[in-house]
Design a protein around this ligand. Sequence first.
Ligand SMILES: [Zn+2]
Length: 356
Amino acid sequence: MFSKIIAGEYFLANYYNKDLYKVLNLTYKATKEEIKSAYRKLVMTCHPDVSSDENNTKKFQEIKEAYDILIDDNARKKYDILHGYFREKLEEELKKSQKKQKDAEYIKKAKEKANTSEPFSKAMNEALDSLFKTKTKKNSQDYKKPVNGSDINVDITVTFNEAVNGTNRKVNILHTQPCPNCEGRKFINGNQCPMCKGLGTISAQKSLNVKIPKDVKQGSKVRVRKEGNKGLYGGKDGDLYLIINIEKNPYFETDGLDIICTLPITPYEAVLGAEVTIPAPGGNASVKIPPMTSSGQKLKLSGLGLTNKSKTKTGDMIIKVLIKLPDKLNGNEIELYKKLSEISNSDIRKDMKNAK
Ligand SMILES: [Zn+2]
């Protein structure tokens, strides 16, 4: 009798949105005995033999249908699955058993239990899947959705030379990882894990040797894959980012891909011109200072800056000339400067008088 009602779409359409337990004034936890007794009580009030009132007849039919489904073990299971009660029952069952359940096994088991009747297996699986999707957020204790580990940022200070030529560094980082005691599950045999205090993760220190590539820019991020916080329940590990701070150097600094060099020259080099050698990426570079070069004048060495990561662009070296006196001058030098001052008649500040 019952199999006729339950077969096919009819069942889905009519009972998915109907709360059959409510019809019998029960909860989904009701035992078979409670269902029987609730049915007996309700039927007495609206049985067609008692009253032929139209509302009564309708109510009687409703109660009868609810009873027919809920009293049949198979039909009740199907209804519970579609209505979401089945999963809750399963959860309770699992909690009671207090066994460590792996996520995949848990879903598999639930689906296996659901796969009892062919025409409904698809609908049931879908119902279960959607239940998992919506309920796992609230109830992550039983079903562990993969959680990706977050990234970690660490500030690294390097010298100018290290920034240009690359280097290695040992860094100590504090990162989170799944608790080794409960394997991230927060509970052990139903009790809060004492090691992580129910967090599922612990903080740990680790020491890493990292490689800082050549040509890193001020403020740039160097990525070290998978060395961030560990993922949970099969989630991906985060990355470690080294945020580069280039130490101040009195002669060299960077501006994007350009290297700015402050080059001290003597007064006579400034007057007569010179060729000087300076350190540059990939070795030394030769700089030609033209005669009559003033302090602050800029010279450019094309292509002697940093190269970007994709190696598509290289900056320049910009040289700012600074005329500088030696710390000490000998007597002869001073004599010559004296002579120079006597014979020089140029007025270097003549423009200053007219400046407004
Ligand atoms: Zn733990």
